[in-house]
Design a binder for this molecule. Structure first.
Ligand SMILES: Cc1ncc(COP(=O)(O)O)c(C=O)c1O
Length: 367
């Protein structure tokens, strides 16, 4: 009998391991390495959130997969305020960070072999990983005319502001994607985890009326508190949109035990109700971005897109590994463009997530 291979064989090698040599080179710098590769928050978790987590730490019972009423209200309020959605009419569901939802969404939606998942041509790798886990086929495309009329598209991922490029998709573009998907019975999943970080452009949510037309049919917005609120360690995200789809996700997730821990649910309420810490964090990133941008441009790099989000998308017009090596020799570690798609071979990605002192050191090393 022909046994299928292990599920992990559907997935590529874990890309970050390929940075090990550059990491070792950067670590050898006499003033220590500066890690701009991963994009992991380094600033403290805001006190108001830590307090809420601590106050909710006596949690002997099972939490609700749907989230507490107070959490659902906090998510609904935030989505209305920040995404410009109506006051209600959309479903909401907390998730254990957003990566797990990105990875499992095709499976949870019943997407499978023979189906197509469309992802941006240069993209966060987990969109493709999720399609592979479901046994579906991935098509990389930024314009749906490239997809072709006959393919069985079930799910379209958009990501604005984008990782890694920092590109912002205008409302007219998003509207076309939504119309296209609705005509074909496909779902649009909009990964909006960088929505609060607009610099030179104002990011738009798929739930904004100019995009979805005030109906949440077939659209899902995927959000994360990892970057907005420095909560990557808590694993705190949520999905909002089509109430029937959200109800379906909830049904499966209840069976599967995909539950956000009760103290984290309480922390999420505090985070979503407070914009002050998010504004302060945004200003930290704004200042770091200015410093990094000037430093890289001064060193001869070209910055492309990067109008929003947590990264600078950089090129020196050479293979990304040559750039990774050049920077590693100066003690600076960045992510290689090839992690994000074959079209990104000449790019590297620099995250804004180092301390002010380390970001200033980048400028000194590149001067
Ligand atoms: C585009 C994008 N989506 C989703 C995630 C996952 O974030 P988290 O699981 O921390 O919510 C990331 C993390 O870097 C990301 O860049």
């Amino acid at each position: 009998m022909n046994r299928p291979g292990p599920v992990s064989s559907r997935l590529p090698e874990f890309t970050w391991d390929t940075l090990d040599a550059a990491a070792a080179l950067a670590a050898a710098h006499p003033d220590g390495p500066i890690n701009l590769s991963m994009g992991t928050p380094v600033d403290p978790v805001p006190q108001v959130i830590r307090q809420a987590l601590a106050d909710a730490s006596d949690a002997p019972g099972y939490p609700l997969t749907a989230g507490t009423r107070v959490l659902r209200d906090a998510i609904t309020g935030w989505v209305s305020r920040v995404c410009g959605a109506g006051a209600d009419g959309f479903g909401v569901l907390p998730t254990i960070g957003s990566k797990e939802l990105v990875a499992w969404l095709p499976t949870l939606l019943g997407v499978g072999p023979g189906d197509v998942v469309v992802v941006p041509s240069i993209a966060y790798p987990t969109y493709e990983d999720g399609a592979r886990l479901a046994g579906a086929t991935t098509v990389r495309a930024d314009s749906l005319t490239a997809v072709g009329p006959t393919s069985r598209v079930r799910l379209v991922w958009v990501n604005s502001p984008g990782n890694p490029t920092g590109r912002v998709l205008p409302a007219t573009h998003l509207r076309k994607v939504v119309d296209w998907a609705r005509e074909r019975g496909a779902v649009v999943a909009s990964d909006e985890c960088y929505l609060p970080l607009g610099w030179d452009a104002e990011p738009v949510s798929v739930l904004a009326p100019e995009v979805c037309g005030g109906s949440y049919d077939s659209v899902l917005a995927v959000h994360s508190l990892s970057k907005r609120s420095n909560l990557a360690g808590y694993r705190a995200g949520f999905v909002a949109g089509d109430p029937a789809l959200v109800a379906e996700l909830l049904k499966i997730r209840k069976h599967a035990g995909m539950i956000v821990p009760a103290p984290v649910q309480a922390a999420m309420v505090a985070a979503l109700r407070d914009e002050r810490h998010a504004d302060e964090q945004r200003e930290r990133y704004r200042a770091r971005r200015e410093t990094l941008r000037a430093a890289f441009v001064g060193a001869g790099f070209t910055v492309e897109h990067s109008e929003a989000g947590l990264y600078l998308w950089l090129t020196r017009g050479e293979d990304c590994w040559a750039t990774v090596d050049w920077l590693a020799r100066r003690g600076i570690l960045v992510a290689a463009g090839v992690f994000y798609g074959p079209g990104a071979r000449q790019y590297v990605r620099a995250a804004l997530t180092e301390s002010d002192e380390r970001i200033a050191a980048v400028a000194a090393r590149l001067a």
